[in-house]
Design a protein around this ligand. Sequence first.
Ligand code: 13P
Length: 288
Amino acid sequence: MLVNAGEMLRVARAGGYAVGQFNINNLEWTKAILQVAEELKSPVILGVSEGAAKYMGGFGTVVAMVGAMIKDLKISVPVATHLDHGSYEGCLACIDAGFTSVMYDGSKLPIAENVAKMKELLAIAHPKGITMEGEVGSIGGEEDGIVGKGEIASADECRQLAETGVDFLAAGIGNIHGVYPENWAGLDFEALEAINEVTGGIPLVLHGGTGIPEDMIKRSISLGVSKINVNTEKQLVFAVATRKYIEEGGDLKGKGYDPRKLLAPGVEAIKATVREKMELFGSAGKAN
Ligand code: 13P
């Protein structure tokens, strides 16, 4: 069932769990995530960066693919299609194309401008029933050309963005896109607590979900995080499983070169990762 991300995240926040945003890159990724969500009866958010959408053919292709897949695979759990780290123009294009949720990443702008642009986009998105995510501070590392220094968000700036009526809020608290370096200082829970106190109970978003230890995930959820984004980890497990298949000569045995066989180990690895995250985040069983 295609929905926006508002209700599912408000319910998650009230219920003390988080919904995973799993980024997609192609049909295999999408199908694997949707099938696991249905199997575990979990709500799910499909994250799409502008780069990934371009790779797949465009925003319209993504909307058509997800819509048809939900129907063909009889996916009954709530599914949102969400633009990840969108530009202003990207948000407008996704709203037009039929996404159910968009993130406007104005984190590099001065807060007044971030707030002003968010208000403009909300005035377009909300009447259409489309939810929006905003960002303050920045997520370290790089994702699809979006580079962040990893600044800790100011609680007051988070309050200002929350007051726009944005549906959920990503705040930089030392989280990083991609693999965490060995000397990573961990999440800044003091900052998260301060942000949670002044943002009126709106669902908070934790980006950079790959490699965050379980105890930190659980503590963030207890402090208002209701959406956790995972991208790199699925790419890594897909690559490892595919490498193993080829190194073991899987593609050379019989018709092992058939893409449906060649990609199967990677798809199974993605499924295992999504299952593990849905259990950890506590969303499994919540779409009954
Ligand atoms: P990772 O790639 O580190 O899992 O981060 C995903 C993310 O935050 C998408 O916005």
